[in-house]
Design a protein around this ligand. Structure first.
Ligand SMILES: [Zn+2]
Ligand SMILES: [Zn+2]
Length: 300
């Protein structure tokens, strides 16, 4: 790191050499103090929702073939194109898959896992935890874990909440089940520890501006928004990446195969990846690797 700061966190009292407080995520670096980090980690993440989120919000969608196909294009058509784009760029990514989607498209899960990408938990039928009782939430976590680890033969380390709506007990339920990190909160530009009942979890923060959904989704059953041009999203994300590289954080993009995997938009993502790769001090990593690294560095 070109320059780090030595300071105490004003909010939790942690002190040390870092641009973000690992204990609470607060900024320790001020743009006035130096020219910036000039380095960052990029996490490309894909939530493979298919039509699960639409069906969860409106069970009638199961009987609407057009609406279903809108989402199911993701696991069926977009994922292979995304996996090959990532291979061409030589980068690994994280894919969060609802159990319901994994059961319907096991070949998609296999394709993602065998390319070396991370498979993470994303509910069963894309249930936002805040809409469930604690018992239901625990059941959904266990069901998704059994499906995903049954398919990959590996423990699942990470959880991303459908719709980014954690409940009060979500983090605790995750910690009890051996998850190592969550990626559903918006409190920083770099990983930080969050309290999870009797223990702690690493949080890899996300944000709506770094999500393809608010820019691109137009559907009678899913909101008739104005679809942004890929170039508009490209410049928004590029500017955010430049700023996070100055701050020395982690640039985490959240995308959905059925949205970003459409022709024209995937080409935009490939251009953005090439832009980020052209900058010094930039590395791409899977969420699990970023979080494990953070945990081993800051476990005390
Ligand atoms: Zn702090
Ligand atoms: Zn989702």
């Amino acid at each position: 790191m070109r320059s780090s700061v030595s300071s105490a966190c004003l909010h939790c009292g942690w002190s040390g050499e870092r641009r973000f407080c690992p204990a609470c995520g607060a900024a320790l670096w001020s743009p006035d103090s130096d020219e910036g980090a000039g380095e960052c980690t990029v996490v490309l993440s894909f939530d493979v929702d298919g039509s699960s989120g639409m069906i969860n919000r409106n069970p009638q969608i199961e009987h609407l073939p057009s609406a279903r196909s809108f989402g199911d294009y993701g696991p069926m058509v977009a994922v292979p194109h995304i996996v090959s784009a990532l291979a061409r760029a030589g980068v690994s990514a994280s894919f969060y898959i609802p159990g319901w989607v994994a059961e319907r498209w096991p070949a998609t899960v296999e394709q993602i896992a065998s390319a070396g990408h991370e498979i993470g938990h994303h509910g069963y039928l894309h249930e936002p935890p805040a809409t469930l009782s604690a018992e239901e939430e625990a059941e959904v976590l266990d069901r998704g874990l059994a499906i995903l680890s049954g398919m990959t033969g590996e423990p699942v380390a990470g959880y991303r909440s459908p719709s980014w709506e954690l409940s009060d007990v979500s983090l605790e339920l995750m910690a009890e089940r051996g998850f190592r990190y969550d990626s559903s909160l918006m409190g920083s530009d770099a990983p930080y520890w969050v309290s999870a009942g009797a223990s702690w979890l690493v949080e890899l923060p996300i944000h709506w501006a770094l999500d393809d959904y608010p820019y691109f989704v137009f559907a009678p059953t899913d909101g008739r928004r104005l679809q942004a041009a890929p170039e508009q999203v490209e410049s928004t994300w590029r500017d955010a990446f430049d700023e996070i590289r100055r701050r020395g954080g982690v640039f985490t993009l959240t995308m959905h195969p059925y949205i970003i995997g459409r022709p024209g938009r995937l080409a935009m993502l490939e251009r953005l990846i090439a832009y980020m790769q052209s900058k010094s001090g930039v590395r791409f990593a899977r969420a699990v690797d970023v979080c494990d690294e953070f945990a081993s560095e800051w476990s005390s």
